[in-house]
Each structure stands twice: as structure tokens, then as C-alpha cells.
Write a protein that binds this ligand. Structure first.
Ligand code: FAD
Length: 429
């Protein structure tokens, strides 16, 4: 049994902590946020690898985990269906997964109110130093797993050259209650994974559990993500609150300027199908996130490893952030089972996960290319001459489970996965 410290108690940290705890290790999660973290985040697309990770963490994967859709549709600005394809998929939400993973970890293993500042290490152990309400404190473990997100302080210490790269666009996000939607919206789009594709923009949406993680008909909600180009002054305005205070890198949901929300709703009425405009209008507090790419060249630093969003952030077009964190957690636990809680285990983990992380970032950039081409010459370079970008292609490629649907992907890097796709494709619905 080894002492293992996990920094960050969001979905990545909880997955790693639960799996390692079940392997018999003495795990401690150190999380900055005090009190309830419920209500953070919105919808999560699932993949089979996420379910495998959840099972390894000790969760029973049942229908109550999410909402199943059977089809994907794209609507034109008049609200007419222009693409419709069968593609069953389960959609869940951040709070549903957080609640389930938090509940199964013994409470003494989840320490909140610790803002980790740095890590030191010697031949036998690593020491984590943090601030708590009672002042500075340190913890010692054989391994430290940094799952502290895109702004990871441990990554900034160990690999300061790695910085998030802004993609040139933001995502407006929100969740609208099923109960307030019109009959037309409910019957044409609510039960589907929906797309709106105005020029240079993309909206995706899907049903998720409603308040209280309720998945009953009439009690669910629709999660939307609307990608819109924003650079320079336009981006600065989006990241400035109604009192004129500007934020770097992102703005918390309750600080988003109501005038920006009003402008966005007006644009929705002009550019999107009325069904999507209605959802956006009826969502009390839409929020926004700038979209970043992040890629590391190294994940293992002696007794410290980076995982989840601390190691790679692929744009959400591939809908894989949580799945990737689950795959990282599984790979870490496998490596520790094989090599013990040693630097060698972390190197083995790195070898397995580096290529996967790089491939995820590349595929997400490829999916985001048509938007970026509007604002950034580097984005335009991702589009091969003559390459078609039809609505159907985007609908069929966005947020797909490669294990199920990779055989039909036209992503140039997909060929490398074809052999593994082939076997699974036989069983795909
Ligand atoms: C628009 C958008 C849509 C998305 N859609 C999807 C989707 O459909 N499917 C999907 O799988 N993913 C999606 N994601 C990504 C997903 O949210 C993350 O990839 C996922 O949560 C894994 O993150 P993580 O646990 O590694 O880090 P995070 O969730 O960022 O958690 C980091 C944790 O570390 C804590 N922390 C930070 N610093 C410190 C510190 N110094 N000391 C202690 N604790 C600290 C934080 O409080 C936090 O709890 C989306 C993201 C965006 C922006």
C-alpha cells in the first residue's frame, strides 16, 4: 500500500482517487474549493471508455447515469431539419458524475480548502505544500498526481513553458429546463443531439438530467454550447463584468455582463433556428468559456504525474475531456499495479498516454478548423484545399465515440486507429 496524493478533486481527481483507493492505496485528495462543488459544469458526452473508467472506480453504470438520444439533427435558421442521422449516445452531466464519484470515496480521503502551491521531492517521496484556513501545511506521499486543471500550479512549476493557447473563439453555454420549452422545440429537437451551423459558428446541444439529477420526461434539461469567434476587443469585452472589471483567461458565470448576454440572445434570434433561440432566451444564466488548446511533451516528473486537463486540453468538439481523464486515471492505476508507486510507473503511464493526448488535441483542432479559419490564418492552414465541410460531416464527426464510430471518420489521423475500430464497429448500434 502506497501513500498517493491527488491534487484537485474534480472529475479527473475523483476518478484517479477512487480507482487507486480500490487498489488498496492510502489516497488523499487535496481540493482547493471549500464546501459544495455541485452545480459546476454542464453537459458531458459519454464514451464507452468513460463507462469503463467509472466501473473501475467502483460505480455501477446504469440508465440513471444519463439521458439516451437516438438521433443527431442539424437545423437551418428557419428551424427546418437539414441533416438527420441515427447515432445513439448517452449524455450525462458534470454534477451527476461528481455526485456519484464523490459519494463512493470515504470522506476522510477528500480534503477540501487546500490551495496547493508547490511540490518538492527526494529519492523516496514527494512533498506537497499548500495553504489552508489554518495556515501553510505539507503532505508527503510516494506519488503525487496533479489533476488540478488547465491552470495547474504543479504544471506551471514543473513545465512552465507549457501554456494554454487560445483558439480564437468562445463557447456560450447554458442549460434550459425541458418544462419551459414550446411543443415545437420539444418535438423537433429536444430528444436529439442537435446542431446549428451558421457561417463560421457552431451550436451543439443535447438533453441532460434536470435539477436534482432528474432524468424523467418533463423534468430534464437541454444543454447547449454555442461556439462564436471572439478576438481582441470583442474578447476583452466578453471577459469584462458589468462593473468594468476585466478577467484573464475566463470569467465566472455570475460575473458575465448582462449586456453581453442580451447581445448574444439577439444574435441567436438572427442566426439560429428558433428552437435554439428559444432555449437560449429561456436559460436564466448563460455563461461563457474561452476555448484553449493545451499539450504537454512530458507527463512524468520523478514522483509527480500530470493528468486530465492539467496535461492536455482538447477543444470540446470531441467531447472527451472527462473520458480522457478517465483513461488517464485507468492508465495510472495500471502502471502503479505493475511497477509499484515508483517513478518507473509514472514513466510507463506517460508512454501510454502522451500519444493519446496528442491525438485528442489534433482531432479537436481539426474539428474546430472551420471556425478558426474565419479568424486565424493558422486555422485556415488546417483546411486542406478542396476539403468539403458539409453540415453532414460536422454532425457525423463531432463528439463521437471513436471506439464505436471511428471507422466512418474522415479525420486524417483516424487511420491509425482503424484496426481497433474495425472490431468494435461490428457491435456498434
Ligand atoms: C465548453 C466546454 C464543453 C465541455 N464539454 C465536455 C464534454 O461534453 N464532455 C467531456 O468529457 N468534457 C467536456 N469538457 C471538458 C471537461 O469539463 C474537463 O475536461 C474534465 O472536467 C476533466 O478535468 P479535470 O478533472 O482534469 O480538471 P478540472 O475539472 O478543471 O478540475 C481541476 C480541479 O482542481 C482544483 N484545483 C485547481 N487548482 C488547485 C490547487 N492549486 N490546489 C488544489 N486544488 C486545485 C479545482 O478547484 C478543480 O476542482 C468541456 C469543457 C468545456 C470548456
Amino acid at each position: 500500500m502506497a501513500r498517493i496524493l491527488v491534487i484537485g478533486g474534480s472529475l479527473g481527481g475523483l476518478l484517479a482517487a477512487n480507482i487507486l483507493h480500490r487498489q488498496g492505496h492510502d489516497v488523499r485528495v487535496l481540493e482547493k474549493v471549500r464546501g459544495s462543488m455541485d452545480g459546476r459544469g454542464a453537459g458531458i458526452v459519454t464514451h464507452d471508455a468513460l463507462f469503463a473508467g467509472l466501473r473501475r472506480a467502483g460505480l455501477e453504470v446504469t440508465d440513471s447515469l444519463g439521458v439516451q438520444v437516438q438521433r443527431r439533427v442539424a437545423l437551418d435558421p428557419a428551424g427546418q431539419t437539414i441533416v438527420s442521422i441515427a447515432m445513439p449516445q448517452v449524455l450525462t452531466s458534470w454534477s451527476r458524475l461528481y455526485e456519484a464519484l464523490h459519494q463512493i470515496l470515504p470522506p476522510e480521503r477528500y480534503v477540501q480548502g487546500v490551495s496547493v502551491q508547490s511540490v518538492t521531492q527526494d529519492a523516496d517521496s514527494a512533498q506537497v505544500h499548500g495553504e489552508t484556513a489554518d495556515g501553510p501545511q505539507s503532505w508527503t506521499g510516494e506519488l503525487v498526481i496533479a489533476s488540478d486543471g488547465i491552470r495547474s500550479v504543479l504544471r506551471q512549476q514543473l513545465a512552465p513553458q507549457v501554456q494554454p493557447q487560445y483558439a480564437g473563439y468562445v463557447a456560450w453555454r447554458g442549460v434550459c429546463d425541458e418544462a419551459v420549452l414550446s411543443e415545437r422545440t420539444l418535438s423537433t429537437v429536444f430528444e436529439t443531439f442537435g446542431f446549428g451551423l451558421p457561417a463560421g459558428e457552431q451550436l451543439i446541444g443535447y438533453p441532460v438530467a434536470g435539477p436534482g439529477n432528474d432524468t424523467r420526461r418533463g423534468h430534464r434539461a437541454y444543454n447547449f454550447v454555442w461556439y462564436r469567434p471572439a478576438t481582441g476587443q470583442a474578447l476583452a469585452r466578453l471577459l469584462t463584468d458589468a462593473d468594468g472589471v476585466s478577467y484573464q483567461g475566463g470569467i465566472s458565470p455570475n460575473k458575465v455582463d448582462w449586456r453581453q448576454v442580451a447581445d448574444m440572445r439577439q444574435a441567436a434570434r438572427a442566426l439560429l433556428a428558433p428552437q435554439f433561440a428559444e432555449m437560449i432566451e429561456k436559460t436564466a444564466q448563460p455563461f461563457l468559456q474561452p476555448i484553449y488548446d493545451l499539450a504537454c511533451a512530458q507527463l512524468a516528473f520523478g514522483r509527480v504525474a500530470l493528468m486530465g486537463d492539467a496535461s492536455f486540453v482538447a477543444r470540446p468538439h470531441i467531447g472527451m475531456g472527462v473520458t480522457k481523464a478517465a483513461q488517464d486515471a485507468v492508465a495510472l492505476a495500471d502502471a502503479v499495479a505493475l511497477h509499484g508507486a515508483t517513478p518507473q510507473a509514472l514513466r510507463a503511464y506517460e508512454q501510454r498516454r502522451l500519444p493519446e493526448g496528442q491525438a485528442a488535441v489534433a482531432r479537436a483542432r481539426w474539428l474546430g478548423r472551420y471556425m478558426q479559419a474565419q479568424t486565424d490564418p493558422a486555422g485556415a492552414a488546417l483546411v486542406a484545399p478542396g476539403e468539403g465541410q458539409s453540415a453532414a460531416e460536422f454532425v457525423a464527426e463531432t463528439a463521437i465515440d471513436l471506439e464505436r464510430y471511428g471507422h466512418q471518420s474522415s479525420f486524417p489521423g483516424a487511420a491509425a486507429h482503424r484496426s481497433s475500430f474495425a472490431a468494435v464497429a461490428q457491435t456498434a448500434p
